[in-house]
Write a protein that binds this ligand. Sequence first.
Ligand code: MSP
Length: 680
Amino acid sequence: MSPESTFYVTTPIYYVNGRPHIGHAYTTIAADMAARWHRLKGDNVFFLTGTDEHGQKVLEKAVERGMSPQEHVDDMVQHWKASFGKLEIQYDRFMRTTDADHIANVTSVLTHLHEKGLFYKAEYTGWYHVGDEIFVTEKDIEEGKYDRSELSEISESNWWFKMSAYQQQLLDKINSEPDFIQPEGRRNEVLGFLNTKTLTDLCISRPKSRMSWGIELPFDDEFVTYVWFDALLNYLTGTGYTADGTGTPPSGFDSWTDLWPANFQIIGKDILTTHAIYWMTMLMALEVPLPKTLFAHGWWVSSDGQKMGKRHGNTIDIDLLVQEFGVDAVRYFFLREIRFGNDGAFSYDGFMARYNADLANDLGNLAHRAISMTTNWLGGVVPEYEAAVANEDELKVLATQVVKTYNESIDAMRFDTALEALWELVKAGNKYIDTSEPWKLNREGDLAKLRTAKRVVLEICYLAATLLMPVIPNKSRELLTNLGRNEFAAKDYLKLLVSGAPVGLDALPAGIPLTYGDPLFPRHKELPQAIQKLFEAPKVEEKAAEPEPEVKLSKRQRKEAERAERKAKELAYQQPIDVDHFKHVQLRAGIILSAEAHPNADKLLVVQVDIGEDEPRQIVAGIATKFSPDEVVGKKVVVVSNLQPANLRGVESQGMILAAGATDVVDLVSVDAEPGEVVR
Ligand code: MSP
């Protein structure tokens, strides 16, 4: 197997002293995105994630739960696997540090390094932080990194790794390879540390008398291995490496050297030192090459700037988020919202805004308009390219540029840049619908132009669905199906796209039938206050899933308000007006071109109506209790056309559609006349 075609990506392995939250989900989704992308491009991918199951923290949690450590980790790992399933994480191996092959690997490495004379035993007296499983120096306390009240003073004999011997070698490596530690800020941080501080040796054991939950040292049975020394080695275990050469590589690979050095090791910035220094010096001691890139991303922080995590009690339950918005929206948000490497604030409003603007409005709308108009006016099959209508050539140039940026950005882990570029094309597609005015072409019977106009937007949808396969796998599949394509066809298309050939926007076979499915991303209604609060600042993660009582209360209040509103309307209808009042009302015939649910109100639809003007009118109509968006597209209606524009729950309405029914809508008023005809 040629090493060029393999792509090995890892995440940290997560502690099983709690359930997964958005921080863990973030790293894992990013790695999954990279793994899926490389699989689609035809690389032989290996994606490793898993759980870190030894050490004091995990032991303490087991004791707290009244379980043996093994029972506790076996139970917890189920939650992690289930959450990763819900997030559509397609890992190749889920590593557990209690797995037999991992224990064998750690044991072989310890024996090997011990035989090489790289370990020694010495007495240590000082401070220890249980939460971080780390020895703390007086300097760390002076610099405010740790509070003395969180530390225990211990005095014990331990085994040490001669880490200090590798300071210069590590400095040289980082200095000579600018891409080795990314992003640049993190690289500078490590360089700053190595240039100004003297590396100490690393304690690699814990006496069993204090903490017995770990891998026993093969050369001293009174000790277990320090949890970090054990955990970091998982990245090699996953390849089948053992220091004595007896390991088995994963299926599909001939040797551990097919996989190692890893292409990308993704971590959060909180564990930069353990990876950039402990891990790299361990590899140097083993005389194993270092990974190609260590990428440390930033943190999701709460609105007050605190890192989200178990320690601060401000985590957001990932299952709850997926339940409310769907996995595709969650994955998209994480990858699009912040630059990979930077910190970002997580908020309910931010999430809603991104969802409604990018997914419901831009992408969802494009797909809906492309497929519904083709279905209504062109028999629901992919049309041939015929006469030019507007800026089709420009769009092809833009698409070529977008594909290039997308490909390069994902290879460099710049997911936000990739998606931003793709959205330029999605937005250009929506704009093209406005400028090509297919409703006019349809009205005028210019089928040659109408076919081109529809073909172009269907092609943009196909290109977007293809490139989005690793980001929003389910919705992308749904869109491909609606376009009469499947993932195999899309995979071939993706390979063609990333080959660098100019994009012709002509990949769909003409004549294949389309499916007019449900909206891809229904506009998200405002969630009840009680649920919004859970997104902002839940107190503890386990409690986050219990919003019931407050939700019920606000529903009742809403019902009361609705009753009062209905009564007021009925009274208004009973007041007489004189004829002049009515003469001021301008009524026109129209046809509904497209419709979608209102983002913030159940009963409203947002429709685009052709009333014979240059541009369709956007009207917010209270007809959603009777009609779904799909049911009204193509309906002939009567529009009050001289109303002042109004903002209805955040969406501009430029008129009103006449309907029958004083309170609940019974039907729409319809006249058989050309759009724009005056109704008197
Ligand atoms: N078990 C160690 C890692 C050993 S790797 C050989 C560990 N586990 S952890 O459960 O604490 O997970 C830490 C990782 O979770 C971070 O490096 C990061 O990838 C992710 N995140 C946890 N909270 C986070 C945020 N608030 N924001 C983004 N990611 C963060 O450390």
